[in-house]
Design a protein around this ligand. Structure first.
Ligand SMILES: Cc1ncc(COP(=O)(O)O)c(C=O)c1O
Length: 374
């Protein structure tokens, strides 16, 4: 019997996407963002592939992610992008992560820990989230890091609010504000690394590259602008597959699924596929998604339930059989369903599609078809 539901992840694709971003960003270096379990792709295999593709640094959001990454990659440079609470600090330090800071309190806590730590000072140049908006405070934090025993001022950074909205002028404003603060800082602390760009900025504007770009979505072969990843020479790494668990005829008037939201208008065949919102295949796709069977598109009918979903497989010549593979995300022959397609239907972004694939779905990693360690 086929596996009930499976996310197949091609680390070869991740490696090639990273290599493509390395070429794009050069001479800036590439930091691969592998937080949230590698955007649902599996953090460690993603991180290994990113390093193989030429990334110099890996970024995570939490101390726990840094700990898990360090356990698998003893020598990697790990940058912790997120806020670190007192409770999380010991784990972050134990992981040897480079820490983001924007307050003197955190610098004091880091200095008090008495161990070597690289620190990246964060300016909020307009996203309005983490970091200080106050350039003087950011400079004071940087100088305090540089003056502290054990601490090294390794970088200065910011994060863009609108990099994925082409034509918007705010990116340039943020960049100008960041550079006006960070360049004089670097003149006083030579060797610090300036970084700002995410995937969208990296692909949209070389002026944002500075010394290092932090790419997440594009390393997974997903399009940062929600458009066609292939047009940007990015290769989606993840496929979500399940199988036909049951096939039954439906006569006019017969329904499928909770709430009877699909009622057959004519004789057809329905296939039940054992995947649902418990797997992260969202209920919002009810009556509004396509999948692939035998390389052809099939229409989702009725309500997505927790563990099952139904497709109309009555098209002439399709010949559905129990056990046949169904591709919910990915390609079969020339046909494909992309995370961008599903995101558009759900009025969300491709990030949420892969991050949302739940822990119930095993990830199986391969390099262009050859199994690799998970
Ligand atoms: C601070 C920071 N930098 C970089 C990234 C990577 O962004 P993207 O996945 O759009 O490349 C993220 C992801 O959200 C982030 O939070």
């Amino acid at each position: 019997m086929p596996v009930r539901a499976l996310a197949r992840v091609n680390v070869g694709a991740i490696e090639r996407n990273v290599a493509r971003l390395v070429r794009e960003a050069s001479p800036a270096a590439v930091c691969a963002v592998v937080k949230a379990d590698g955007y649902g792709h599996g953090m460690l295999p993603t991180a290994r592939a990113a390093l193989a593709g030429g990334a110099t640094t890996l970024a995570v959001a939490t101390a726990e992610e840094a700990r898990a990454l360090r356990a698998g990659l003893p020598d990697a440079r790990i940058l912790l992008l997120g806020a670190v609470s007192d409770e999380e600090l010991p784990a972050a330090l134990e992981a040897g992560a480079e820490i983001s800071a924007w307050s003197l309190e955190l610098v004091e806590a880091l200095a008090a820990a008495g161990r070597p730590v690289r620190v990246h000072v964060k300016l909020d140049s307009g996203l309005g989230r983490l970091g200080t908006r106050d350039e003087e405070e950011a400079t004071a934090v940087a100088d305090a890091v540089a003056a502290a025993d054990h601490l090294e001022l390794a970088g200065a950074w910011t994060h863009f609010a609108t990099a994925d909205e082409r034509g918007d002028g705010f990116l340039a404003e943020q960049l100008a504000r960041f550079k006006a603060w960070a360049e004089p800082l670097r003149a006083r602390h030579p060797g610090i690394v300036l970084h700002a760009a995410n995937s969208a900025a990296t692909l949209r504007d070389p002026a944002t590259h500075l010394d290092l770009v932090r790419c997440g979505i594009a390393i997974y072969g997903l399009d940062p602008f929600g458009e066609d990843a292939a047009e940007r020479d990015l290769e989606p790494a993840l496929e979500l597959v399940s199988y036909v668990a049951a096939v039954k005829p439906a006569a006019p008037g017969e329904s499928a699924g909770y709430g009877r939201r699909f009622v057959a208008q004519k004789e057809t065949l329905l296939a039940t596929v054992p995947i649902g919102y418990g797997d992260g295949y969202r209920r919002g796709l009810s009556n509004n998604a396509e999948a692939l069977l035998h390389g052809r598109r099939i229409q989702l009918v009725g309500t997505v339930s927790m563990d099952n979903v139904t497709f109309d497989v009555g098209a002439a010549g399709l010949g559905p059989k129990v056990g046949d593979d169904v591709v919910l995300l990915g390609a079969q022959g020339a046909a494909g369903v992309t995370a961008e397609d599903l995101a558009r239907r759900l009025q969300t972004i491709n990030y949420e599609i892969t991050c949302g694939i739940s822990v119930r779905v095993p990830r199986r990693h391969h390099r262009d078809g050859e199994a690799v360690e998970g």
